[in-house]
Design a protein around this ligand. Structure first.
Ligand SMILES: C[S@@+](CC[C@H](N)C(=O)[O-])C[C@H]1O[C@@H](n2cnc3c(N)ncnc32)[C@H](O)[C@@H]1O
Length: 246
């Protein structure tokens, strides 16, 4: 297994950020629908949510339209991205519904146990201290709150990495600064085992960790009102490979 190669923390380059935004607008619908499906499966229909590493705000904007009862905050370390996210919310008519601000995954700008939902999509590989981030998720969530964390994993099969890299280069790679983006993200992502270790060392509970092709999903297993789900999804026993089997 190759060593992890850290990716620069934040996307600050204006041109690259604008390009990312255009691509997210063009191709973001399908990934957003997949996340929406998982959020709906957890019974989240209202309440307070945060999207960590929100980039251009694609996910909270999509989810706010689909589930109007949710009030999102979107945070990102990059002021450039936050400006773009605000612009996107304005264009979508959601400027007074979603608050985008500069903020860190290691210090979420919310009170203890105040959130119903935490999202973090393709951002974990930017974080060098995942345990601290998971602890922040645990601190922020209400009892029984839900989370959906999606990222790549470095131990994905070479076949999947090869196929996804070709797709990446075909769709996103025309812009030179983005050409190697997929491989760089894979290299800076964690392996399933590393992530399992981070989760076990963190205060986050009731999680489920599984892979799908090049992706790794970490999700809450359900609300305490559904004990059969939550009790079976805590700790190592919650690890599964290959699908949404819960
Ligand atoms: C690959 S982008 C993903 C954006 C968005 N979640 C999406 O899927 O379209 C990762 C984002 O995480 C942000 N980021 C990196 N490190 C961060 C940190 N410590 N706290 C908050 N955001 C961070 C970057 O600035 C970047 O916008």
């Amino acid at each position: 297994m190759k060593e992890r190669v850290t990716e620069p923390d934040i996307i600050e380059d204006q041109e690259l950020a604008e390009y990312y935004n255009r691509m997210a607008k063009r191709y973001g619908r399908f990934p957003c629908q997949r996340v929406l499906k998982r959020v709906l499966a957890k019974g989240i229909e209202n309440g307070r949510a945060i999207d960590v590493g929100t980039g251009p705000g694609t996910f909270p904007i999509f989810l706010s339209k689909a589930i109007p009862g949710i009030r999102f905050k979107g945070i990102d370390l990059s002021p450039v991205m936050v400006e773009i996210a605000r612009r996107n919310a304005e264009e979508a008519g959601l400027a007074d519904k979603i608050e985008f601000k500069v903020g860190s995954a290691y210090a979420l700008p919310v009170e203890d146990h105040s959130l119903d939902l935490v999202l973090c999509i393709t951002t974990l590989h930017h974080l060098d201290r995942p345990v601290d981030f998971f602890n922040e998720v645990a601190r922020s969530l209400k009892e029984g709150g839900a989370f959906v964390i999606v990222d790549f994993h470095r131990d994905a099969s070479f076949v999947f990495i090869g196929i996804f890299n070709l797709l990446w280069r075909a769709f996103f790679g025309r812009y030179p600064k983005a050409r190697r983006g997929f491989l760089e993200s894979i290299r800076s992502s964690y392996t399933l085992k590393e992530c399992l270790d981070f989760l076990q060392r963190s205060r986050l509970e009731h999680w489920k960790l599984y892979t799908r092709t090049v992706e790794m999903w970490i999700e809450s297993g359900g609300r305490p009102s559904n004990p059969s789900l939550s009790s079976s999804c805590n700790g190592t026993s919650g690890i599964t490979k290959g699908g949404h089997g819960f």
